[in-house]
Design a protein around this ligand. Sequence first.
Ligand code: ADP
Ligand code: MG
Length: 344
Amino acid sequence: MLRVQNIYKEYENKPLLNGISFQVQQGELVCLLGSSGSGKSTMLRIIAGLEEPEAGKVFWNQEDLSEVPTHKRGFGLMFQDYALFPHRSVSENIAFGLRMADVPQGKIKTLVQAALEDIRMTDFADRAVTELSGGEQQRVALARALVPHPRLLMLDEPLGALDHNLRTELIKELRAQLHESQKPVIYVTHDQEEAFALADRLILLHEGLLVQDGSPEELFRNPATAWVASFLGLGNLVPGKAVSEHQFDTEIGSFNLKSTAPLESGQDGFLLLRPGDVLIGAERINSSNHFTAQVRDCVFLGDYFRVEVQAEESKLLIQSPFPLTPGDEVELAWPAEKLLCLPA
Ligand code: ADP
Ligand code: MG
């Protein structure tokens, strides 16, 4: 399917994409995830042939696409806020890509009709897109991208500017529609929640590098770096040093780990303390990985209390099934099998 090989792209002598390689298989929904400015849109433009990399290649199966122009690549694109033409009707918007590809008038009519039926919007054919709800606009934008039968679909932050509630609703619908289309999809977003809600696989870009490529579950369980853990909001990161394969020292204590540290002895890194894995209260703790902290704040969140505690210079967030009193000292521990240490 799609193979991106060792893409290098720089702007003003600064590398934006510094040797990026990945593949997308048939029917796979891959999210390209990274902070704003990490080069996600540039990556899509390179795949689409709208931009040339300084080095590296894009392949479709075994075919090198370097000399293939954008309109011959057979890739569909959907942009932020759908980029529909506001003064045109639903039909005209869907027909746009077909007109660009010089499809004969009669055939355009048939294809648009079929697309309208697919998205159950036949009655909306002549309506201006400005008169549609957010969900309807999304269906039209997706129909427009899909109607020329692209062999790959790329979406660049399509839900970018929408408010949170509407987004949550549209993501669910979008996931169903994309799976139904059975196309390989590259979906670009800077929002990790959106990525987790949609993707079969996540590709994380940071400082020009592909830092991790895996299923949402793999990334959640085994983040490759402290940056990944922080970007995905996995928990507290306490700086420290690996002492041996299974021991990591920090200012709040020395911790035993079941997992093997991905660090050399003596190397600096971070300990990941997930809020939900904490054991609270001396009577519950029979592990060596314990320390004393002071309660700073306690907020009821329905399923648990979110508690902010301080240990030495480290402020930590934990989840507690019961309320804790600000000012009190508590004994906390993390089981050795739940701990990870990570490179920076
Ligand atoms: P993302 O989509 O992840 O937010 P972009 O791919 O849009 O990131 O671009 C990242 C950075 O690359 C931009 O902030 C800008 O500095 C630089 N950049 C992108 N396109 C150009 C360009 N055509 N000319 C100069 N700099 C560019
Ligand atoms: Mg972008």
